[in-house]
Ligand binder design. Structure first.
Ligand code: UT7
Length: 338
């Protein structure tokens, strides 16, 4: 458990959503779908789409600046930058290095992390270890996705689901007993084929992709992923609560990955929470993969819904397959140097 040593938490969050809104009505004009189908099967009404000239590092930078300002941490004091994304600007250099330079965070080590929709929780967990063991003081973790750029806009099975955006968190030492109380991370590569972007890597380089092939877009076996998601959300939240020694009754808010309202409802029931204790924004943003959880968290904190001392369960799942969860005793009060 993280809080047996130095307590580590989120000192501030930030978010960036592109301006362009794509509604279900817009999608009705693009593929054979309906607002009614999308809303009842997913809970999504609209999503944001990045500009053609807007890449993941641009969105990550905007969210990061907001979080750093709120945390009152100067970029030059950052020790580590982790960018969780499946849509980096390019294969290399990492998007984290691009953001590091633009922020002027020249002291920070920087790398990207690939865990799909679980990426923010994987990233937060990695960052927390460095701070807990005293190696670093401040880390920036950003979940950012430009999924619109890898979406097949002719495939109604997937194109209605995804959106673009970025959520950032500055992670650092907090008062004893606060912050991250536990983490649970997991993966099952047997499900790797269920959700993937096949082309562009070393198995099928871009130069070998046939013109007109759909291999350079997201492919998903939706039904299979759905079943996995329900199982993963439930078992990961159960496990992380046991590790933290927290009962379901003590949970104030669930902040779940925003993929499908029916998946979120299942996790909500499992925890026995009323609907107003669950942070939901997928109706406005769709599934933003690694950005979903930090954006939801930032909105709920900015709106004053999540307050100091609240107990949160963050939980997500995604391609890989992967899953992650954390129990957080919310506190943005930084602990001074011991
Ligand atoms: O964060 C990453 C992880 N991804 C997810 O969590 C996604 C998990 N999966 C899901 O959310 C759901 O499986 C979907 C929303 C993707 C699909 O919902 P579903 O209830 O599982 O629908 P389905 O795939 O079983 O499709 C039912 C029908 C099919 O028609 P037929 O074959 O029964 O005639 C689909 O072709 O709905 C059809 N369909 C659509 N109809 C209108 C699929 N997409 C659409 C659409 N509009 N956009």
């Amino acid at each position: 458990m993280v809080n047996e040593k130095r307590s580590v938490g989120i000192l501030a969050t930030g978010r960036y959503l592109p301006e362009k809104v794509l509604t279900n009505a817009d999608l009705e004009k693009m593929v054979d779908t309906s607002d009614e189908w999308i809303v009842t099967r997913t809970g999504i009404s609209e999503r944001r789409i990045a500009r053609e000239d807007e890449a993941s590092s641009d969105m990550a930078l905007a969210a990061a600046r907001q979080a750093l300002e709120k945390a009152k941490v100067a970029p030059e004091d950052l020790d580590l930058i982790i960018i969780a994304t499946v849509t980096p600007d390019m294969f290399f250099p990492s998007t984290a290095c691009i953001v590091q330079e633009k922020l002027g965070a020249m002291k920070a080590a920087a790398f990207d992390l690939s865990a799909a929709c679980s990426g923010f929780l994987y990233g937060a967990s990695v960052a927390a270890q460095f701070i807990q063991n005293g190696m670093y003081r401040y880390a920036l973790v950003v979940g950012v996705e430009s999924l619109s750029k890898i979406t097949d806009w002719t495939d109604r099975n997937t194109c209605v689901l995804f959106g673009d955006g970025a959520g950032a968190a500055v992670i650092g030492p907090v008062e004893d007993g606060m912050g991250f109380l536990s983490f649970e991370l997991g993966a099952d590569g047997r499900g790797a084929e269920l959700l993937k972007l096949e082309a562009g890597g070393s198995r099928k380089p871009v130069s070998k992709v046939e013109p007109g092939s759909r291999e350079n877009y997201i492919h998903m076996a939706g039904g299979e992923v759905f079943k996995f998601a329900v199982r993963a959300m439930n078992s990961a939240s159960d496990a992380v609560l046991v590790k933290a020694g927290i009962s379901k009754e003590e949970v104030d808010f669930l902040v779940p990955h925003q993929a499908n309202l029916r998946i979120i409802d299942s996790a909500t029931k499992r925890l026995g929470l009323p609907d107003d204790k669950v942070i939901v924004n997928l109706n406005r943003y769709g599934n933003m993969s690694s950005a979903s959880i930090p954006v939801a968290l930032d909105e709920a904190v900015s709106e004053g819904r999540i307050k100091e001392g609240d107990t949160l369960v963050l939980v997500g799942f995604g391609g890989g397959l992967t899953w992650g969860a954390s129990v957080v005793k919310w506190s943005t009060k930084e602990k001074g140097n011991d």
